[in-house]
Each structure stands twice: as structure tokens, then as C-alpha cells.
Design a protein around this ligand. Structure first.
Ligand code: IMP
Ligand code: MG
Length: 170
């Protein structure tokens, strides 16, 4: 059994999600929204955030896999495509954590091909010191230093996604 340290507790996450939800409601007024969640890590964050928003929020999911190339260019592979229609809609991409920014850079361009009305990005966590792709992120829960985190949807070898807090091993 691994030793788990709490980095951001549930009360702190709850309070921050309340703030982000208010910001989103202020920005979108009475417009409808579509959340596009990046599987699997963003699922818990997406649902908890959606519960706090009074606008109509549709749920869509997409699954991506990133490969780190030896020359650090890397590439992102589409594992599961969107199934719903997003043309003409207000999209908010929901991500668990932005590291290099490669996944989101790819996804934002991919989403644009479907001609949505607007595209914004919302992430629970960001590791700014790791950024390779300059990315305009609209909503960030917490900025953290460069360390591997688990919980609140995020995994280590598929484990620990169900922890109700953000933590680290060891
Ligand atoms: P990026 O494409 O480099 O921004 O990588 C983002 C993806 O890497 C995230 O969606 C996560 O799936 C994964 N990831 C990056 N850092 C962590 C971490 O600290 N814990 C768990 N997953 C992470
Ligand atoms: Mg992810």
C-alpha cells in the first residue's frame, strides 16, 4: 500500500470549484454550454463542476493518448472520437491537468474542425513550469509545481482516481 500525502484537500477543491462555476456563469450569461471532457482523468472534475452551474450543460467526451517521442516532439493519438454534434455550440474543454500543453493544443485544433460557436479551456490543475506549447487557458483551478499528482480523477497506473482530494505518493 502506497503512502499518500494530501496536497489539496476536498474543502479547498470544493471552494475553488464554486468560484470557477461563478466565473463561467458570469461569462456565458444565459447561453447553453457543452462540456467536452478528456477521458479518463477529467471525469470527476467535470461532473463536480457541472453540478454548480445553472446554465444548460451538455456532456461530451473524447479520449486522447499522448506519446512522448525520443526527440521530445511527441504526438497525440485520438482514441475515442466525440459522438455528439457540437457545431454552433459553446464548447468548454474540461481537462484534469495541463503539463506540456501538447494534448490541449491538439484538442483545441481538433474541436475547431467541427465549427463550434466558441471554444474555451478549463483545467483543474496546471504545471506552468512544464509548458512547451503556449496555450491560452481560460479557467485554471490551481497552479502546482512540477510533481506527479494523483486523485480527483487522476491516476498512477489507473489507480487512485477515486480519491476525493489531490495528493502525491510518498
Ligand atoms: P500534456 O499533453 O503534456 O499537457 O499532458 C497532459 C496529460 O498528462 C494529462 O491530461 C494527464 O493525463 C497526464 N498527466 C500529466 N501530469 C500528470 C500528473 O501529475 N498526474 C497524473 N497525470 C498527469
Ligand atoms: Mg488527461
Amino acid at each position: 500500500m502506497d503512502d499518500i500525502k494530501v496536497l489539496i484537500n476536498e474543502a479547498k477543491i470544493d471552494a475553488r470549484l464554486d468560484e470557477i462555476a461563478k466565473e463561467i456563469m458570469k461569462d456565458y450569461k444565459d447561453e447553453d454550454i457543452v462540456f467536452v471532457g478528456v477521458l479518463r482523468g477529467a471525469a470527476m472534475f467535470m461532473i463536480e463542476l457541472a453540478k454548480r452551474i445553472k446554465n444548460s450543460v451538455e456532456f461530451e467526451f473524447i479520449q486522447l493518448e499522448s506519446y512522448e517521442g525520443e526527440n521530445s516532439t511527441g504526438n497525440v493519438k485520438l482514441k475515442q472520437e466525440l459522438t455528439g454534434k457540437i457545431e454552433g455550440k459553446n464548447i468548454i474543454i474540461i481537462e484534469d491537468i495541463i503539463d506540456t500543453g501538447r494534448t490541449l493544443e491538439y484538442l483545441r485544433e481538433h474541436i475547431k474542425k467541427f465549427n463550434p460557436k466558441s471554444v474555451k479551456i478549463c483545467t483543474l490543475l496546471s504545471k506552468p513550469s512544464r509548458r512547451v506549447f503556449e496555450l491560452n487557458v481560460d479557467y485554471i483551478g490551481f497552479s502546482i509545481p512540477d510533481e506527479f499528482v494523483i486523485g480527483y480523477g487522476m491516476d498512477y497506473n489507473q489507480k487512485y482516481r477515486n480519491l476525493p482530494f489531490i495528493g502525491k505518493i510518498g
